[in-house]
Design a protein around this ligand. Sequence first.
Ligand SMILES: *Cc1c(COP(=O)(O)O)cnc(C)c1O
Length: 428
Amino acid sequence: MSEYSINTKCVQGGYTPGNGEPRQIPIYQSTTFKYETGDAMGALFDLEASGYFYSRLANPTNDIVAKKIAELEGGSAAMLTSSGQAASFMAFFNICECGSHIVASSTIYGGTFNLLDVTMKKMGIETTFVSPDCSEEELNAAFRDNTKLVFGETIANPALTVLDIEKFAKAAHSHGVPLMIDNTFATPVNCRPIEWGADIVTHSTTKYMDGHGAGLGGVIVDAGKFDWMAHADKYPGLTTPDDSYHGVTYAEKFGKEGAFITKCTVQLMRDFGSMQSPFNAFILNLGLESLHVRMPRHVENGQAVAEYLQGRDEIEYVSYSGLPTDKYYEVAKKYLPNGGCGVVSFCLKGGRAAAETFMNALKLAAIETHVADARTCCLNPASTTHRQMNDEQLKAAGVPAGLVRMSCGLEDKADLIADIAQALDAIR
Ligand SMILES: *Cc1c(COP(=O)(O)O)cnc(C)c1O
C-alpha cells in the first residue's frame, strides 16, 4: 500500500482479499485457534513460526486493522490495545523498568499525566515534566543517565498546545533514546510524527479514528527506525535474552522493524492481557475508512466556531491553533498544514456561572466527557474533570473556571454557530 496516498490507505489499507474472499474484513470472534499437531503449535510458542493461538496475545481481525494504522503512520509494525491508556502504558513499559526515567511534555492528557506521575512512579519509573515551549537547553537539562524515553502529544488534550516534534526528536536522539508521540488529536491524516523524527506513535483510537463514540481502543505504532542494539546497555529487555521465551533476544531475532512490537505482543500482552476485542477492531476499521473525509470537516467546523467565538464580547480568549492570534499558529503551520482537529477551547468572562448557563442553553452540543466524536460535545473542566480544585488552583493549572472545551463534530457549521450564538445570548 505504500505507493498510495493516505486517503486510499484509509479505505483499503491493511487488507487485500483474495479471489472469493469477503470484501469487508472478517471478525474472527474466536478465543483460540486449531492445530493439527502439538509441534505446529509448539513452534508458535517458540516464536519460530508466525500464527495465532490465543486471542489474548493476537487476533487476525486486530492485526488487519493494526496493519492499516501502521501504513497510515508510515511505521513498520503496530498492535491494537483495549484502550488509549493501555497503549500508553504498554509502550512506556516495553522499554522502561524499575529505575528508569522518562522526559515528558507537561501539557499531556490528564490520564497519561496520572499514569506517569502517580502509578508508574510506584513502579520505580520517574518522569521529569518539561514545558512543550521550553528551550533546547532546558530540554537537554531534563535528561539523566537512566533516561529511556521522551514523550509528548502532537496536539495536547485539553491544553491544545502544539509540539515542536523536531525539537523533541533532536534532544531524544542526541541522548540515544527514542521519541514517543501520542498523535490522537491530529491523526495521521493531519500529521505523521514519524516523518518528523518520532520513533513510536500511540493513539487513543476511541477518539477521531473510531470517530463515532462507539468503541474504546488504542494502538501502538513502531517506526522501525530506532537502533536498540546501538544502545544495548539502556534497553536490556530488547537486547538480552528473554528467559520467558527460551532466551530469545528480540532486537537480534526481529531486527529494528519488528523487535518493539513483537516484544510488546508476546511478552506484555501475554502478561497484562489488555487486548482489544475483534468486534471493536471491526468498528474501528469502519471509522478509519472515512477518517480522511471526516478530519477536514472537523477542522472546518473547529475553525469556523473558533473565529465566531473570537468575535463575541462574552469571550475572554479562544485557544485554537488555526487562529492567527494563537500562540501555536506558526508551529501548527509547519506540523499541521491542513489544520489540526475539531477541538476548540475558550474562556467565558463570566467564569463558572457563565459557563454553566452557556452549556445548559446549548441544544445541539451535548455535555459529555468525550471529544473527537461525529456529534458536537462540550465540557467545563471546573465543574467536572477538575472539580476537586478551587478557582485559584484552576487558574494555576491553566483551566480557569470559565473554560469550556468544545469538540466540534460533523454537523453543518451554520447550525453549530447558531446554537452557540443563542447560548451566549442566554448569559446576558
Ligand atoms: C482519551 C485520550 C487518551 C486515553 O485514551 P482512552 O481510550 O480513553 O483510554 C490518551 N491520550 C489522549 C491524547 C487522549 O485524548
